[in-house]
Write a protein that binds this ligand. Structure first.
Ligand code: URA
Length: 432
């Protein structure tokens, strides 16, 4: 099959056969499709769309383009949790230990942050000694021992996605629903999952800004995931304000430790319970999501999830001192500056997009994939939407490398907070 033939087919709005999609992905990996031909196909697919059968074929072909993590020696079900990316989203650090404490094997490949959205690997790398480069064999052995393992993506996992994603980035074809769906799901399948719970973020700090867009992404992921053989469901969750208080890698680890130690009040803990409740129901461990939430909440409040997190972190190289005195172990930025309210009222909006950008500007995130990041910097937000606010109340604290950077971030952050004269309802965490 000539590349030109496949490109022409999509350019003219025709649906691909699974064989055409297979040839395209094979060609991307073995080099028989040139980057220009792949880019031309991507634009044709962006403009003409792919139906769910084509997207499933693309997902499966991309998943099979490299190695697949073999979890067959581990007890079933093999469950994964995936977030589409947000600001302050440290849920995986709490959700995975809850899952493992409920007796379900949790093996996960995670990514780095890009743009304003953070990545779990960056957060875990803020912990001195924490290894995020486990080999597939090490992951499986560790999960067999303690029920939980997490690592960065191995280079051979879904290599077609790496090739296509770089071209999408360079050709303005990232924001295509079928291409996003195939990209996300191919990596889940290659990572060995058979049950997947998705956290589709919605709002100013997310890829999908509006509820209809986020619901459309969630539905497309679930439809194609099912067609591709996964047991899968999606929650659409709020990302208009940051999730929890901390944004910035070490600060987020500190907050996740607090959520694991402190029971159920933290928004991160509550969202983790909702997601794992859904995962336990999907996996058939309990009859429905409400029973799953009860089981997940019990794992958290009894301390079982905390003990699982301690085993997990120790297995991947973190010192036990982290749990005794996190502030002494985690890197801390030398300069701080606070942001204050200039009027009284009720917190109407906390713009996660502005806060995420401020953390990138402080050095806590990347502008380009190859940038280094500073794990110590970030922002801690002291209020939530709906809180009553006094004049001059501290709204946030910036943690920065220098006083000048802290003050510049504090100035930018004052735009993130809008105080209303009348009471404002708190935002629900789960939108749909
Ligand atoms: N996340 C991915 O892994 N791929 C996309 O295309 C978008 C978000």
């Amino acid at each position: 099959m000539f590349p030109q033939e496949i490109i022409r087919h999509k350019r003219d709005g025709q649906a691909h056969s699974p064989e055409q999609i297979q040839a395209l992905i094979q060609g991307a990996v073995d080099g028989s499709f040139s980057p220009d031909q792949l880019a031309a196909w991507l634009m044709a697919a962006y403009l003409r769309g792919l139906d769910s059968a084509e997207t499933s074929a693309l997902t499966l072909a991309m998943a099979a383009s490299g190695e697949r993590l073999d979890l067959s020696s581990l007890p079933r079900p093999w469950v994964d949790k995936h977030s589409t990316g947000g600001v302050g989203d440290k849920t995986t650090l709490v959700a995975l230990p809850i899952l493992a404490a409920c007796g379900v094997t949790a093996v996960k490949m995670s990514g780095r942050g890009l743009g304003i959205t953070g990545g779990t690997i960056d957060k875990l790398q803020a912990i001195p000694g924490f290894r995020t480069d486990l080999s597939p064999a090490e992951m499986v052995a560790q999960a067999g021992r303690i029920g939980i393992a997490l690592s960065g993506q191995t280079p051979n996992l879904a290599p077609a996605d790496k090739i296509l994603y770089a071209l999408r980035d360079a050709t303005a074809t990232v924001d295509s629903l079928p291409l996003i769906v195939a990209s996300i799901l191919s990596k889940k399948i290659a990572g060995g999952a058979e049950v997947v719970v998705l956290d589709v973020k919605c709002g100013r700090g997310a890829f999908m800004r509006s509820l209809p867009e986020a619901v459309a992404l969630g539905k497309a992921l679930v439809t194609v995931g099912r067609e591709s053989g996964l047991r899968i469901s999606a929650l659409v969750t709020d990302m208009d304000q940051p999730l929890g208080a901390a944004v910035g890698n070490a600060l987020e680890v500190r907050e996740a430790i607090g959520a694991l130690m402190g029971g159920y009040q933290d928004p991160v803990a509550r969202l983790s319970v909702s997601l794992i409740g859904e995962a336990l129901a999907l996996a058939g461990v309990v009859s429905d999501r409400s029973a799953g939430e009860d089981r997940a909440r019990e794992a958290l409040t009894s301390g079982a999830a905390l003990r699982k997190a301690q085993e997990w972190f120790a297995a991947q190289g973190a010192s036990d001192a982290l749990w005794e005195d996190p502030d002494a172990v985690l890197p801390r930025a030398p300069a701080t500056c606070r942001v204050f309210a200039h009027q009284e009222g009720w917190m109407g909006q906390i713009d996660a997009g502005i806060i995420g950008q401020a953390v990138v500007n402080l050095g806590g995130g990347r502008r380009r994939k190859e940038d280094a990041i500073d794990p110590s910097v970030g922002v801690v937000v002291h209020v939530e939407v709906g809180d009553e606010i006094a004049d001059n109340e501290p709204l946030a604290t910036v943690h920065a490398r220098t006083d000048a950077e802290a003050e510049a971030a504090a100035r930018a952050l004052s735009e993130a907070f809008s105080i209303a004269p009348d009471p404002v309802a708190p935002r629900p965490l789960v939108l749909g």
